[in-house]
Design a protein. Sequence first.
Length: 97
Amino acid sequence: MVGSARICRVKFSKSGKSVRFAGKTFQTLSGSGFKSNYFDVETGEHYWISGCRKDGCDALYSTTAEIDEDVREEYWCEIRNLPKNKNIGFIKVSSKY
């Protein structure tokens, strides 16, 4: 199942083994996941969490992505080098594969 993607800021734990976002904690699967690399510690659901890429292949599969308002300008200007797009909040992202 392919879900939507989100481009947002997360907070890493000191150890780097977990990520916090929107009141949820995601822990690394340490390479044992299939098409996932983190799981929600409360629900056990698996997720693919990765950094943004300059080429725009920001998701595991092609899908739509919401770009959070607080990271929009940084994403478009510093990561993608497309400052004219800095007000765009939804995009179609290409797949890594």
